[in-house]
Ligand binder design. Structure first.
Ligand SMILES: [Zn+2]
Length: 227
């Protein structure tokens, strides 16, 4: 279902401030984003749980208390969520992003450091399509995610998700950035879509899966054996 401005997310800064004027409202929203169908415990995968008075979940499977911010960049922050939400608006509404100095001014932060740290956290998880594809020597691999299903064999085994991974190989050793993505099926075209989105044209790529090296799109990426 497509997200609708004004219904699923605020369509203006004024609306954002009105919707998210208290931290518990932000937390409710994060809860909805993270678990739109039902709560899923990030520790034990249990879907049974109940809301504690502090709006965290109490997992029925492992008895842990789980916040919608658990494991995210907002985990354990001492900055109010209302401030994070407002900052996110400033960060994403400008075409060229925002500098720490600009954010400090917009948010009237007392210190530059606060603005800088906040931007740094946001940027660590932001995806900029096509703008930071992997470069240099890139290794590409595909694998199925999910357990074996009785009676089902072959690459198209049901109940599993095929995903591709691309990783930058540093010379002489070490790994750089990694990109992961779900691919539709095992056909070369599906993998090419993933490559186009995640690997800079011209980057050397190689595949190590137990199958022939997929042919990258013509004129954009070339394969070469891993050395
Ligand atoms: Zn649990």
């Amino acid at each position: 279902m497509a997200l609708l401005a004004g219904r699923d997310y605020p369509k203006s800064y004024a609306e954002l401030r009105a919707w998210f004027d208290e931290d518990w409202k932000c937390l409710n929203y994060l809860d909805w984003l993270r678990w739109p169908e039902s709560f899923v415990c990030p520790w034990c995968d249990s879907i049974e749980g109940w809301r504690a008075p502090d709006r965290r979940w109490r997992c029925a499977g492992c008895d842990r208390r789980v916040s919608a911010t658990a494991g995210t960049i907002l985990h354990g922050t001492r900055t109010p969520l209302t401030v994070w939400f407002s900052a996110a608006w400033h960060l994403t509404s400008g075409k060229g992003g925002i500098s720490a100095t600009e954010l400090q001014r917009e948010m009237q932060f007392g210190s530059y450091q606060t603005a800088w740290a906040m931007l740094h956290r946001y940027r660590s998880v932001m995806v900029r399509p096509g703008r930071d594809r992997l470069t240099g020597d890139v290794e590409v691999d595909e694998a199925f995610l999910g357990g074996p299903e009785p009676g089902v064999t072959g690459r198209g085994a049901l109940g599993k998700v095929l995903f591709a991974a691309a990783v930058e190989l540093h010379s002489p050793r070490g790994l750089g950035r990694v990109r992961l993505g779900v691919v539709e099926d095992a056909r070369a075209g599906s993998l090419q879509k993933f490559l186009l989105a995640n690997v800079e044209p011209g980057a050397g790529s190689s595949a190590t899966a137990g199958r022939p090296t997929p042919r990258p799109p013509k004129g954009s990426t070339h394969s070469r054996p891993r050395t």
